[in-house]
Design a protein around this ligand. Structure first.
Ligand SMILES: Cc1cc2nc3c(=O)[nH]c(=O)nc-3n(C[C@H](O)[C@H](O)[C@H](O)COP(=O)(O)OP(=O)(O)OC[C@H]3O[C@@H](n4cnc5c(N)ncnc54)[C@H](O)[C@@H]3O)c2cc1C
Length: 364
């Protein structure tokens, strides 16, 4: 197939500047040979620390702490604030141009779809922009519904019960317990924390509809809803993959990679972060880990490093906050609830952001 006319070509292009993309770009920005060129494409011109976006709901100024312009993080990388619409084995496309590459890193994260026909007053807390909209809508709302008792649902509920009074807060969880992928004791601790502070938890029901200011569940419960937080499910969005790359996805449209994090069949194209089909928790720390492997393997391919790094599955610890002064630390079957995990979560945020700004990421 003939190649379209390229507007520009780079040695390395990174698509998506979230946890995986910014860490990959940072390492390469520092370690690529001086005559190599590097570009980062993202819809927005800043990195945001998503594990703390729920803080922005009640404190709009918090955005300034957790959203950092790419230009403050990268020295010589060309940053394009453009949405990538197509990725082929030879080039990427945006509405403004077509760009060639020698190496490509796809790290555009996942989507958080709302599975309701009527999406009025329904929000998904995925970034600071959304948190600011929620801030406004929450002021007027009396009846708050949180759909899903996973990690994000629990953190939002914790934030709301500790920072508001006089609101009716209901969490609706289709399973038998909240934080269902975590130890039972942690689920009990979280449920007790929330119910003690006025959050009602309904188990074993699925929200299927929103009508006349109410949510309706599959068991026909009707609950008044002025605002709905949709925290139920994620979806890999690989719709921009084109030509040969179309085959490199599983049934759930997540990208298939080998243990070097190369897309199956394309040794010069890497994928990392939430978008991969790797069977592990989709977390910021896993995305950062992917970044180190990808950057290292690109440097090895270019002769800067000597060995290739392989990805080994594993799940690291999780820290979930419940407001400013309580949290849960979870590692495998061990868990610990109280003030220390809340402080740990804050310290992790400070350390990750400081490391990004100070350009200290280690790559081997
Ligand atoms: C509210 C919330 C709380 C969370 N809390 C935690 C936590 O406490 N601990 C934890 O470990 N993880 C947490 N996570 C998960 C964590 O944020 C993700 O696992 C991590 O961000 C994944 O990194 P990524 O690089 O794959 O994708 P992202 O960090 O999502 O980055 C993707 C980037 O790609 C860009 N992009 C997308 N499509 C395109 C396109 N077509 N063109 C150009 N750019 C594009 C986006 O703008 C974005 O900057 C949380 C997530 C959310 C939403």
């Amino acid at each position: 197939m003939a190649l379209p006319k390229l507007d520009c070509s780079f040695d390395v292009i990174v698509v998506g500047g979230g946890f995986c993309g910014i860490n990959t770009a940072k390492i390469l920005d520092k370690a690529l040979p001086k005559d190599s060129t590097l570009a980062l494409f993202d819809k927005k011109d800043y990195f945001e620390y998503t594990p703390s976006v729920h803080k922005v709901i009640f404190n709009l100024d918090y955005e300034r702490k957790i959203a950092i312009p790419f230009q403050n993080l990268l020295k010589r990388t060309a940053v394009f604030t453009e949405s990538v619409t197509a990725i082929t084995p030879a080039y990427i496309k945006t509405k403004n141009g077509t760009y060639g590459f020698k190496y490509l890193v796809v790290s555009s994260g996942i989507a958080y779809p709302i599975l309701l026909e009527n999406k009025k007053n329904t929000f998904v807390l995925k970034n600071c922009e959304e948190a600011k909209k929620i801030h406004k809508a929450l002021k007027k709302a009396e009846n708050i519904i949180i759909v899903g008792g996973g990690l994000i649902g629990a953190e939002i509920a914790g934030e709301i019960v500790t920072k508001t009074t006089g609101k009716n807060i209901t969490m609706i969880e289709p399973g038998e317990r909240i934080l269902s992928r975590n130890p039972q004791g942690a689920s009990r601790w979280a449920a007790r924390f929330l119910t003690k502070r006025g959050c009602k938890i309904i188990y074993g029901e699925k929200v299927i509809k929103q009508k006349n200011g109410q949510v309706i569940t599959d068991k026909y419960s009707r609950i008044p809803a002025d605002i709905i937080f949709w925290c139920a499910g994620i979806k890999c969005d690989s719709s921009f993959l084109a030509n040969g790359l179309l085959k490199a996805v599983n049934k759930r449209k997540c990208v298939l990679v080998n243990d070097l994090l190369q897309i199956e069949g394309f040794p010069n194209i890497f994928c990392g972060g939430d978008l991969t089909a790797i069977p592990e928790e989709k977390t910021a720390q896993n995305a950062e880990h992917h970044a180190r492997i990808i950057a290292h393997n690109i440097l090895t391919s270019l002769g800067v490093c000597k060995t290739l790094f392989k990805h080994a599955h594993g799940s690291g610890p999780l820290v979930i906050s419940f407001g400013d002064w309580a949290g849960l630390f979870i590692y495998k079957s061990f868990w610990w609830g109280g003030i220390i995990p809340a402080i740990m979560k804050k310290m992790i945020e400070i350390r990750v952001i400081a490391n990004l700004i100070k350009f200290r990421t280690k790559y081997f």
